[in-house]
Structure formats: C-alpha cells, structure tokens
Design a protein around this ligand. Structure first.
Ligand SMILES: Cc1cc2nc3c(=O)[nH]c(=O)nc-3n(C[C@H](O)[C@H](O)[C@H](O)COP(=O)(O)OP(=O)(O)OC[C@H]3O[C@@H](n4cnc5c(N)ncnc54)[C@H](O)[C@@H]3O)c2cc1C
Length: 514
C-alpha cells in the first residue's frame, strides 16, 4: 500500500492538538490529527477559559458555541467552606465583567465541551482529518520527513504515514517527548491528586451558593475541593492522595464522595476518575528537528490558576500559523525556531506564577488548621492575585527572531496588571473600530496575514519593513480604511510617536516605526 503523506501530523486530540489543527486548516494546510481513544475525553479537567483563549474563539466564530456550556456569571467565584454542608469561610470573586481591553471575557466551560466544539468544527473543515482510535506507536525522523507508525485500534492493523512536521500534543506523559529524550525541568510533583467526575445531587447544600470551585477546610475534609461542571448535578470531587499508590476502585470513589457529604445518602452516578501529579515542569526544548512539543507535552503547570490548557492553546496557535507560513512557502524554516523562543519563557513565567498560587492555597489551609483565622482572612484577600490576572492573559511580551524591537530586552510583566501598548512582542491591544460602516474589534483584522496599521499620513514603503517580501501583507490606514470609535486606538497604539505598526497573524506586534 502506498504510504500517505501529510504536511503535518498531530498526535493527540486534546484541546491543544485540536487548536493546532484548527489553525492549520485556516492556513490551508492539510493535517492529520490522531487520537488513541475512541473519542475525546469525557473527564472534564480544565474549566477556566481565560480571556486570551476566548479571543481565539471570538476570532474563529466559535465563541457563541463555547458559551452555550458556560457556568452562570454568578458562579464566577471561589468559595472556601469548612464543608459543603457548612458555612462559607471566604469568597474570592473571579472578575468576569466585560472590560475595555478585550472584545470578550474569560469564562468557565468544561474542557470536554471545548473539545466537542473543536471536533465539530474540524469535521466540517477542508484541510483537517481527524482519526480517533488511532495510536502513534513509533516514529523515525529523516532529513525532510518523518515516518509514523500508527495502529488502527478498531481493526488492530498497523500502517505507516509520512509527514513533513509532527506536532506532539500527546499530553503530560508524551511518548514522543520521551522517545526524543527531552528532559522536563522543574518540580515533578507537588502532590498526587484524585479527581472524580460524578452526577450527584448537591442542591440541598449548594443551590444558593454557586461557585466554580469550593475548597474545603474542615478537619475531615481538609484540602478536598469540589468543581462545578454544570452546577446542576455534574461535579468533580477532588482530593489529595496521601498514598499515591492508592488503588482507585469505584468503591473507593464512592467512599470519597460520601466523605464530602458526611455519609448522607444522595443520588449518585460515577462517570470517571483520574489521578494526576501536580507538577511544575517545562521541557528543556520544544523542538527537535521537524518535531514540536505543544500543550502539556511541552509544559506541565499546577492547575492552581487554571492556565495549563490556556497556555497550551496560545502555544498551539503560535506554532500553527508559523507552520502555515513555512508550508505555504512564505517563510523559511528559521521562523519555526521562534516558537520555542517565544513560548518557553511564557510557560516558565506562568508555571512559577501557578506554583505561587499553589503555595497560597497550602498556606490558607495551614492557617485554618492552626486556627489562625486572621491570617486565613488576610491570605484569602491575597487570593485575588491568583484568580484575576489580566497581565498574564494579555500582557506577555515575546522576544524572538520574529519580533523586531527597538531595544531587544525583556519587558517585565505584572501578572495582575495590563497596560495596553504597542510594544513589539505584545498582543496588539483591542479597540473598537469601524470598518465599512460596521463596528468590530481591531483584533478581527488579525487572521491569516501580517497587517500594517498606518496613521493617516504615514509614508511607509513595504521595503522598509523587516519582514520578507514573500509574507502576505494587508494595510489599513487610520481614518481612511477604519475609524477609531472611542479614541483608544490613538492612545494604545501610541500614534503620537509611531506612524506604522506591523501585526502578525497571531495578533502580536512584530514591529513599529516612528
Ligand atoms: C483538575 C484539573 C483542572 C484543570 N483546570 C484547568 C483550567 O481551569 N484551565 C486550564 O487552562 N487548564 C486546566 N487544567 C490543565 C488542562 O487540563 C491541560 O493543560 C490540558 O488538558 C492540556 O491539553 P493537551 O491537549 O496538551 O493534552 P491532553 O488534554 O492531555 O490531550 C492529549 C491527548 O493525546 C492523546 N494521546 C497520547 N498519546 C497518544 C498516542 N501515542 N497516540 C494518539 N493519541 C495519543 C491522549 O489520549 C489525549 O487525548 C486542569 C488540569 C487538571 C488536572
């Protein structure tokens, strides 16, 4: 049988593999995405979708579908309780209000629904082919291609396909990363945890206490956490496993859930369970020749802060548009090196931030255990830094060969504060503009081409731009092609100083010209 060849093969149909496939399709790149399971995961892990990820969905026209599964706005808070039948000890509000910095907002949507929305979109796409029940067994990398040995789990037949690039989106225990001997650097375990997904009726206690996460602090439930999936009868029950080798059986899961409700009999149906190490690890390299690590395969973040999927999602988008540019012959392969240059430091920063959040939670539990309620309340106030992080979401600044900045030096980022600006490397700020009589976010201009934003009287020749002439480029002139509705454009894009701002397809500023 003739070996089929794809420009890109993606191993793993978690959120990051699916996002990479979606973006490749936008760039007209044929790609095969394989998943060893018969479908996407039904166990909801992530639920915190940050504002940047929602901006991708907004730009892709998928926001409304994603929001159909959103938890109600009034549930956007974290509650600390002694136990779920008990009293509220502290409340940390998650800022979900629309602000002027984005056309959208973060939200809480279970990861399995996000995956379903992406799968549905890919099934309708022209360039993405999705094969479930297909496992990558082996691969060999050659100078200009990779040969992948796949197992069709329905027929138990092995076959080979070739690809020009391989994306390892195969999760925290990535077999591709392991085969390439890429070490993970950092802390392998901050503890082993169990999460149980179940249908359970907790309305008696929680109907009027809606929240995304409940952290429990009573003596018998110290450190247990409960996460709302639909806030009706679908919940995730989580706990620290003192013995990581604990055998997880349905009986054990039932007993854990019973411990949450002090043995009260409640209607209950177990769906799935998962044990995982809270790790803080970053891969030493994100690229090996034609192979790229994406998502949890590249970085494992403590879920305290809800940034694992969000970080992987932005990474998948970063890599996929660059592969699109290379495979469409607009860019040479050196562009691909900038994936690691840009995303690895972001993961390091986010990982350290998430680790500090984990410590904050441990400290709160400790204060409560010791009966120091004043310290507990002080630490609760500090939790705001954990849950509200616009600087982390929107303010990260890339430094790489694809960013042409005046002074090539790292820009300090404050995770909790975002100041819109046209600094090269930064996500281009949102502002409302009018194009052809229609109001829209300026972010909608950044899709599959470089965009040159010009001030009204700018005199800029494309030859003076630092990008190759082969890059597709579209120019928009202020007050000619678009109008600034609230005067934010003038301010955020520093029009008093810069007459031209060059924005990449991923919405990050590549260059600005005085
Ligand atoms: C309790 C908890 C809460 C979390 N909350 C949040 C949150 O609120 N926000 C957030 O952003 N993140 C959160 N996360 C993290 C988030 O779930 C992960 O970062 C995310 O799942 C990573 O996506 P991924 O696509 O990289 O990997 P995965 O979701 O792990 O997907 C990898 C896929 O690859 C497949 N695969 C593996 N090997 C092969 C192979 N050889 N062949 C074919 N397929 C293969 C697997 O079956 C799997 O489907 C949370 C995590 C946990 C545990």
């Amino acid at each position: 049988m003739q070996q089929q060849k794809y420009p890109v093969l993606i191993c793993g149909a978690g959120p990051c593999g699916l996002a990479a496939s979606y973006v490749l399709n936008q760039f007209g790149i044929n790609n095969l995405i394989i998943e060893k399971h018969p479908g996407t995961s039904k166990h909801p892990k992530a639920r915190g979708v940050n504002v940047r990820t929602m901006e991708f969905f907004h730009n892709w026209g998928l926001e409304d579908e994603i929001r159909q599964h959103e938890l109600p706005i009034k549930a956007r808070r974290i509650l600390w309780m002694d136990e779920i039948q008990g009293q509220i000890l502290a409340e940390i509000a998650v800022d979900a209000k629309q602000n002027k910095y984005s056309p959208t907002t973060g939200c809480s949507v279970p990861q399995n629904f996000i995956e379903d929305v992406l799968v549905k979109a890919l099934k309708k796409s022209q360039h993405s082919e999705l094969n479930f029940a297909t496992e990558l067994m082996n691969f060999s990398q050659h100078e200009d291609h990779i040969v992948c040995q796949l197992l069709d789990k329905n027929t138990n037949k092995k076959y080979e396909v070739a690809c020009e690039y391989l994306i390892a989106a195969d999760g925290a225990h990535s077999s591709i990363r392991n085969a390439l001997n890429i070490p993970m650097l950092g802390v392998p375990s901050l503890g082993t945890y169990l999460t149980i997904y179940a249908h359970a009726d907790l309305s008696l206690w929680l109907k009027d206490k809606q929240a995304v996460v409940y952290t429990l602090a009573s003596k018998s439930q110290m450190g247990h956490f409960l996460m709302a999936v639909d806030h009706i009868d679908k919940w995730i029950f989580g706990k620290y496993l003192e013995d990581p080798a604990t055998k997880i059986t349905p009986d054990y899961c039932n007993s854990v859930i019973q411990s949450f409700v002090n043995g009260k009999k409640i209607p209950l149906e177990l769906i799935s369970s998962s044990t995982w190490d809270m790790a803080a690890l970053n891969a030493e390299k994100y690229q090996n020749g034609r192979i790229f690590l994406v998502g949890d395969a590249a970085h494992r973040l403590p879920p305290t802060g809800g940034m694992g999927m969000n970080t992987g999602f932005a990474g998948a988008q970063n890599l996929a548009w660059k592969l699109g540019y290379v495979l469409n012959n607009y860019a040479d392969e050196s562009l691909l090196k900038t994936y690691e240059e840009e995303r690895q430091p972001v993961a390091t920063y986010t990982l350290e931030w998430a680790s500090r959040n984990a410590k904050r939670i441990f400290n709160m539990l400790d204060a409560y255990r010791k009966g120091d309620l004043q310290l507990f309340q002080e630490l609760a106030k500090d939790q705001d830094q954990h849950v509200n992080h616009t600087g982390l979401d929107l303010g990260m600044v890339y430094l790489s060969g694809a960013i042409y900045s005046e002074n090539h030096a790292p820009v300090a980022v404050d995770a909790n504060t975002y100041n819109p600006a046209s600094t090269p490397g930064m996500r281009a700020p949102h502002c409302e503009i009018m194009v052809n009589g229609k109001s829209q976010s300026i972010l909608n201009l950044f899709q599959d081409k470089y965009v040159l934003l010009l001030s009204q009287n700018a005199q800029v020749s494309p030859n003076s731009l630092p990008i190759p002439a082969s890059y597709p480029l579209k120019s928009y002139r202020h007050k000619v092609d678009f109008a600034d509705i609230n005067n934010d454009y003038v301010q955020y894009y520093n029009l008093d100083t810069y007459q031209a701002i060059l924005v990449r397809p991923d919405g990050h500023i590549a260059f600005r010209m005085a």
